[in-house]
Ligand binder design. Structure first.
Ligand code: MOS
Length: 752
């Protein structure tokens, strides 16, 4: 099925938030902190007032509600009153008649401040004598997962290593933006580019001090998100809403690329110390992990990102003895948050690099070693969860072995020598679908399905299309359930006044949650449609006793047939109720905070990746030539969209592995632009080979699980393992930019 939004996006017909304007609309711009930590003494707009078109300055005094962004914890103020905690933080907003005047006025606002001592390194922040940003120890969040005797890591064969990763930004082409529209009676409507409109409801209501029933949030076409429009759009929307409340006029707030880089969320840098133990026969016995995330200045989503990372930290293997401890630490840099994979790519780089080292030490093929230890149905995960079906990891590994020509390629790589060396590497990963035990109260979704009188179908859901293909996949699910033509089904953009709070659009949960909510809504509609179709067929002359078939948008008994639209019209003739609400809540999960044991997620997606690379031994440059990926997503609803997810995720994973890096010097970001922050392009794209597997999940819509994030997670370690295969040198750090690869190669040559 073709993508619902493809033509609009390709032709430029789609409207993004900055394409909209309203009568009397004003523009806001942010006044930003120049230093990692300051005490704000005062803000003055006396110079800004001289700029033509300047309207007002919005400060903490203009917050009628509570000055705390409601998220996991409420430590992030909408506007800081006394102390600002990272360079780039919004201190106040200027509002003007034009965007240019607003931006000039923001520059002209005088901030009287004193610099405060700051900390930018999480290990210094953990020290006793550090500057304190949060609690007694700067730890936002800590988890322990303990199962069996992790001390057994020392028995038979053991390996250990320390791996670190740097930042990654989402690189969505459309920067953050919102338009707030004040409504009569103190209500507020906000339009914007966002993954999670219901988070925005919470924030706008809290900032303005009004009821949730007075807030309406409408999602506009999103120009990319990848997790980067999960939490932070609530801050942008709240700022626009505060300006709209103060001026009584619609206010547009659009970020520049630089502002987006300076202040919005990004993937957490990480440090992982990890060890594995195994028996001589190659079965894993134990794993110990210490996982530290640099969270930045406020906790935002760090507790949840950390939890997902911790739960998956030992890798997708059968390991009886596990000890994992994980920390998210406060520093004076922009807060880190959600990014495709959500705490997993960091720790997956560590565990999948070290698994290769262990296979090497045991003299086993790394791919066979993974197959031997792969989690299968009936096994227990690190949190003690028994896997009850839908486990496609072993098949994924077997299929990438065949499809990549693993053994032949490995022999070829072994023979390569000289300046350009070839290598091949593998990785395995799993992904808990949905929010899991740590976010379970949010793991539900609603849908409204209306069969209209012309035989078309209008569906409202609470999860957003952000490029992942939900409009297409959800329309297919609805069409299949009602036996309606795919073309007749339209999924609207999310409007919080139309559907119940469906949680956030994150965690690869939309197909599963909104898909099931749609199916739930379709059940009674289906009854009515099937009855009406049968009555029409009987009226045509078919036998009332015969079985009716329903497929491809038609209902048939023998040679008689009626179309979906006729059945719909017949329902309307009978004054049937043709609008229904559906609901789905995720299967129960559990997590005991004392030992980290429980059913963390209701189901998991499984993946294996094989990467083939070339390394230039003189320059340290790495090129990825081919990536073969196999993914178990339960049921492939739309093969083209799923393949698109894999290709996008693999390329994003290659960027994470080789190119993308934010550079801070003493808390100041040095490369807030796409010139100095290098995203991979088609020039870096490898050959893709994608294999989609269907180990159905009984509770999923047509047995589908979730899929959006998995393709990225295992790419970097597969590339690192290929680099090690090519060079014999283990890369301990991401990104593997030429200078770090080169110096690791040099260091290794000197050691020998
Ligand atoms: Mo996502 S990274 O769960 O928005």
């Amino acid at each position: 099925m073709p993508r619902k939004d493809a033509v609009q996006k390709v032709t430029g017909e789609a409207l993004y938030i900055d394409d909209y304007s309203y009568e009397g609309m004003l523009y806001a711009a942010a006044v930003r902190s120049p230093h990692p930590r300051i005490r704000i003494r005062s803000l003055s707009d006396s110079k800004a007032k001289k700029i033509s078109g300047f309207v007002t300055l919005v400060t903490t005094r203009d917050i009628p509600g509570k000055n705390a962004w409601p998220l996991v914890t409420e430590d992030y103020p909408f506007l800081p009153g006394k102390e600002s905690r990272f360079a780039g933080e919004t201190l106040a907003l200027t509002v003007a008649e034009t965007p240019e005047a607003a931006a000039r006025a923001a520059q002209a606002v005088e901030v009287d401040f004193t610099e405060l001592p700051h900390v930018t390194d999480p290990f210094i922040a953990l020290g006793k004598n550090s500057v304190k940003l949060h609690g007694p120890d700067n730890v936002f969040s800590r988890y322990v997962i303990q199962r069996g005797e992790a001390a057994l890591v020392d028995s038979d064969v053991m390996v250990e290593g320390t791996f670190s990763t740097s930042y990654q930004v989402h690189g969505y082409l459309e920067t953050q933006g919102a338009i707030a529209f004040p409504e009569p009676g103190g209500s507020m409507t906000v339009y914007g580019s966002m993954q999670c409109p219901f988070y925005v409801v919470d924030a706008v209501a809290q900032a303005l001090g009004i009821g949730h029933h007075q807030v309406r949030i409408v999602q506009r076409t999103i120009g990319g998100a990848f997790g980067g429009k999960e939490d932070v759009p609530a801050l942008v929307a709240a700022h626009a809403a505060l300006a709209a409340r103060k001026t009584g006029r619609p206010v547009k707030l659009i970020y520049s690329r630089r502002e987006d880089f300076l202040s919005m969320s990004r993937r957490h840098p990480s440090w992982t110390r990890i060890s594995y133990g195994a028996k001589e026969d190659g079965s894993l016995t134990a794993c110990r992990v210490r996982y530290v995330l640099d969270a930045g200045a406020y906790s935002t989503l760090s507790p949840i990102v950390l939890w997902r990372g911790a739960v998956h930290a030992a890798g997708p293997y059968r390991i009886p003895n596990v000890f994992i401890e994980a920390y998210a630490v406060a520093t004076n840099k922009a807060p880190c948050g959600a990014f495709r994979g959500f705490g997993q790519p960091q720790v997956c780089f560590a565990n999948e690099s070290l698994i290769d080292e262990l296979a090497l030490k045991l003299g086993m093929d790394p791919l066979e070693f993974r197959i031997k230890n792969a989690l299968r149905e009936g096994d227990r995960t690190a949190t003690g969860q028994v896997l009850r079906g839908s486990c496609g990891l072993e098949e994924a590994l077997v299929r990438v072995r065949e499809a990549s020509g693993w053994s032949r390629r490995k022999r070829q790589a072994r023979r390569s020598s000289g300046k350009i060396r070839k290598g091949i590497g593998v990785s395995a990963n799993f992904y808990g679908v949905g929010l899991g035990a740590r976010g379970r109260i949010l793991d539900r979704a609603g849908a409204q399905v209306q069969v209209l009188k012309d035989g078309t179908v209008l569906v409202s859901v609470g999860n957003t299309e952000m490029g992942q293909g939900s409009l297409t996949v959800l329309a297919q699910i609805c069409a299949e359930a009602l036996n309606a033509p795919y073309e007749a089904v339209r999924i609207t953009e999310v409007d919080t006044s139309r559907v119940p709070d469906s949680g956030p659009t994150v965690a690869s949960r939309t197909t599963l949650m909104s898909g099931n909510a749609i199916l739930n809504a379709c059940e009674p509609l289906k009854e009515r449609l099937w009855t009406a179709a049968k009555e029409l067929l009987v009226r045509q002359g078919s036998d009332i006793q015969s079985e009716m078939q329903a497929f491809s948008g038609r209902f048939r008994i023998g040679t008689y047939s009626v179309g979906f639209a006729e059945a719909a019209k017949e329902c309307w003739q009978k004054r049937e109720k043709m609008a229904e609400h559906g609901w789905y809540a995720a299967a129960p999960t559990s997590f005991d905070a004392r030992d980290g044991q429980g059913d963390a997620y209701s189901t998991y997606a499984w993946s294996a990746n094989v990467a083939e690379t070339e390394v230039d031994m003189e320059t340290g440059e790495v090129r990825v030539q081919k990536v073969t990926s196999a993914h178990d997503l339960g049921r492939v609803i739309n093969p083209m969209t799923a393949e698109g997810q894999v290709e996008g995720g693999v390329l994003q994973g290659i960027g994470y592995a080789l190119n993308e890096n934010l550079v801070y010097r003493d808390g100041i970001l040095l490369n807030p632009n796409f010139t100095d922050y290098h995203l991979p392009s088609t020039a870096e794209a490898p050959e893709f080979k994608t294999i989609l597997l269907e180990h159905g999940y009984g509770a999923g819509p047509y047995a589908a699980k979730g899929f959006g994030e998995t393709p990225l997670i295992g790419v970097a370690p597969a590339v690192a393992n290929a680099v090690c295969d090519a060079t014999g040198v283990r890369m301990p750090q991401l990104p593997m930019i030429p200078e770090t690869v080169w110096s690791e190669l040099k260091k290794n040559a000197e050691d020998k």
